[in-house]
Each structure stands twice: as C-alpha cells, then as structure tokens.
Design a protein around this ligand. Sequence first.
Ligand code: GLC
Length: 611
Amino acid sequence: MDSKIRKGIWNCTIALLMALVFATAAPTAGGQTPTVKTKPGNKGQAEQKRNQAEVKDWWKNAVIYEIYPRSFQDTNGDGLGDLNGITERLDYLKELGVDAIWLTPVYPSPQVDFGYDISDYKNIDPQYGTLADFDRLVAEAGKRHIRVLMDMVMNHTSDQHEWFLESRSSRDNPYRDWYVWHDGKVDRATGKTVPPNNWQSLFGHSAWEWDAKTRQYYYHKFYIQQPDVNWHNPQVHAAFEDVAHFWLKRGVGGFRFDAITTLYEDPSLADEGVVRDKDGKVIINAYGDPQLDGSKTDNQPGLHPVMQEMRAATDKFNLETFPGTRVLIGETYLPNIEELTKMYGPPGKPEFHLPMDTQVAFINKLDVATFRSKLIDAETHLSAHIPLLLFDNHDNPRLDMRYGDGVHDEDIQRVLATILFASRGAALFYYGDEIGMKTTPPERKQDVKDPIGITGWPREKGRDGERTPMQWDASAQAGFTTGTPWLPVPPSAQTINVAAQKKDPYSLLAWYQSLIRLKKTVPAFERGANIMLDVENTNVLSWLRQAPGAAQVVVCVNFTAEPQTVNLATGGAGIGPRHVKTLLKTPGAADPQSLRAIKLGPFGVYMGEVQ
Ligand code: GLC
C-alpha cells in the first residue's frame, strides 16, 4: 500500500481510538494536586485564580528529583529498594524542596535492564511492592505537594510481555505486527541467512535477533530481551495511551518518556554509515563493533506525531478531571539545539513540556565558553519554551567522574548545582547528587550487574557505579537496608551521607537546600530571563536574572582552582557599579562592596541582589 495512504489511515484510526479511550476518562482516584472543584469561599476569586495558575504552571520552575527505586531505600531487608522506602523518605524530599519525583520503572519486569524491560505496564513489580503501596506513595507525596512521575517506556517491551509472547508464537498471530519483524537476507559468499542490515544495538552487536520458530528477525535497539515495538501499528498507539491513562487516573503528575528518539526506524532498512576518526580509521566502540552514525534508527520524524497524540491525550485528561498540568518529560539525547527545539512541537501541536537539555548536561568539561554558549542557546533558541536542565542520571558516571578534579570535587558540585538551580527553567537532579555521592564502578568483571558492563568490560564497565545505594548514614549498609544490598555500599559512605551533612550548615546538602529555596522565593529566579555577563571571561561564568518588577540578581561561578575577581559593573547589561546584597556565597567568602569587584575563591560561587 502507498505509504501516504497508510499514514492517513493510521492517523484516522489513532484519532478514533484515542477518542474512545479518553471519552471514558473517570475522575481521578489518587489526586495529588489540590482540586479547584471547591467553592471560592472566603478566599476570594482572585486568590483562587492565582492558585489555579500556580497549579497549572508548577512545572515551569520545577525541581524534579530522579529516584532509582532499587537503590533508594529498602524496607523489607531484601537488599533492594522499594516503594514503601520512598514513602518513608518523603519528609526528607520535602525538606530538600522538590516538587516532583521521577521513578525509573517499577513495573513487573524480568529485570534484565533493571526495569526497563517491562512485562506488564499496569502493575507494580512485587520486588517494589503493590499497587496499594503505589497509591499510598502518591497520596502521601500529594500531602507534601510532591508529584510522582512515572517512566514511560514505549520503544520496547520485555520479551516476556504477553504481546511479544503472542507476537513470536506465529507469523499470523494478531500481535505479530506489534513488533518489528523482518526477513533476513542471503549472504552471497556463504549462502547463509544474515540480518537485513548492519544496524546495531546500543548495548552491543547486531540489533537483529533470529527467531528460529517463525524464521524471521526481530529488531531490538537495546538488549535482545527488549524487542522494539512497531509504531506503524495503530493498535500500539492505543495500547500505550491506555497505559498512560491507567496511571493518570491513579494520580501521577506526568511521565518521563524513555528512549523516545529511537521509536522509529527508517523503513528503507538501508545500512547506517560507519563513523571514522580524523585519519579516516573506523572507530571501534567498547563492544568491539564499528561505530555507526545512527542515521536510520535515531531521531526519525515519526516520533513527533506520536508525542503530539500523547500530549493531546494528557492535556484532555488535565482539562476534564482536575487542574494541574501532568507534565511530559523527554529523554532527548540530540545532536543540537535545533533538534531539541523540535521536541516542544510545532505551533499549535505541542509535544513535550520538558525535553531534557542534554546539550548542557553532557558537556563533561568545565569549559566556561561552552557552558556560556549552551546556556545562551537554552535561553534564546528554544522559542520561549522552558528548558529542562540536568547534569546527571542513572545512565552516566556521576558528577565527580565527569566534572571533578579529585581535589575540589565538592566545590565543583556547588558550581554545577548553582548553574542548575539559578538558571531559568526546570531543574532535574539525580538521587545522591545533593550529598556528592561518588561514582563507584565494580572493580572485577565478576561483580558487574549491568549486562553492558559484562559485554563491554573493561572499556565499558556498565552503569552499576552510578546506581549504588543511597547513603543515608555512616552505618554498615548506609541506612539503605538491613540485609545485603544488591550493589555494595561505597566506602565513601562513611563520610558522605545525609546524616552527617544534615548536621553541617555548610554541607553540600545545605547548599542544595539553599539554592532550591532561592529558586522558589526570589522573584528574579522564579521568572527572570538569563542574561550572560562579562562574556569574554574564560575563567568565570557570570549571569544576570532579570524579570519585570523584580530586583535583579547576579550569579558568578569560578570554573578554576585559582582565585578570581570579576568586575560586573562593566560586564554588560548596563547594570553599572551598583551595590550588591549577598544571597548566597561559598562558605568563607567575603561580601563584595559593589559589582566592581566580586572575589571568588577556587571554584567559588557568589550570588547577590543588585541594589
Ligand atoms: C534509557 C534508560 C536506560 C535504559 C534504556 C533502555 O536510555 O535511561 O537506563 O537502559 O533506555 O530502556
């Protein structure tokens, strides 16, 4: 069939299915955001309107905390974190000041990819608890004005999901077309059947797995046990919208869309290009395979209509039940700011509220000029959308390994946290960042838990190093479990832990708390534009936050181990030699008299209100 016609039919079918799914939307069960179905009472309509706007726009200046549930808090002694553990720690998160927690997948799963291989989208894995535990978490979080965001994995399922078990059972099974099946091709030299093309799994080797029973290959961008779903099939769209609806009805505050850029593959099935170094030599990756350019399997245009559907469905839910935006966050590793801008959707067809700005996140080098230019991009190239800044997650070595110098790691983390929370937009950080947890990779191959660490050893040691148990205190298992933790507690837990830092007013934890409080209470931080200052400086990054009717705020961070002095009176934006009142500074630093001379220690930070 002509592909345009097929597309037309899909679009109509999708619209119809969506209408059916969402027409049955029942009022929410969980309900974590305040409902406005109350009468104005004595509060007055103006105040109620303001509250409604706040509930609706909460995400625009949000602080979001990523939890890797397996490693956060165990309550039943099995060495694995659980939902009740998260509920137990909600007061800690409230004190920290977070608006939302994003849970990496807690659905039933064979745990090959620690939850990213889902075998049932509408339940909770027993290792994490039950749906009742989940409802309690949402309710308790709601009492503390914390939203719970779920991970939405739509690129693939587990090979144990009933859809795939059906799909692989025969070529004429109704679920066959829910996954990406293709014939192999015959290799001329050997006469053997080989995969249809050279596409590779991001986790090593061919992305095609031979199925002996039905004599075809299926495609998997990630592990063999994670077959890719076929998004050309309208039933798949309806199935995932139904999943989203299931969790929305339970009161979740939104979703983080996993691996969203790999949703579609180029239907031509053409080979991907091989990447070469500057001498023309093919680059070999950690798995021993030639590096491919991803041109046929990444960031294909089909993902945009899908996200438009998901957004329309969520917005409709928002409207019909109770106010408060359910936010859509994207795992959007993209090559440049133009591609990131597209993730917000074209005018009138919104997609993500908050696609992750991985341009800023993974600079992986303390280089002032690069930070400045990427932050300017986030401010000026996103068509006035809200950036989602982050520096860390469960797939990358922690901050110490990517930005630290081994001597000033804590100060460097203050610098990064300052950029994260004192810039315009929403901020996302990873559990343990607030106390400076260190990356602790396994030392021996036999200790590796993450399968890519086994395939890629020793160049790729896997992601265990950034998934170690949360360090709550200095006890043997860091307060994480009474049993044997699934990954060893790092030796650094002796000194780097929540209990110790809570006692220290100058700790990194206290720094995070102060920054978050300022982000929420200083009007220029809440809504001000970011304007870079002193833009030729290659040692210090300085910027101004400016909003109509609000006092201006300057922020300076020293990217070097040497003391620096900056003069912001002539640094642009016409703020002149004015007095400045300190809001926050690196412990021990002096208060400047004016914007003419702000002194910063090694990796020092200064933040003050212009008077
Ligand atoms: C995303 C997740 C990662 C997972 C992969 C496959 O990148 O963040 O942890 O392995 O998707 O689902």
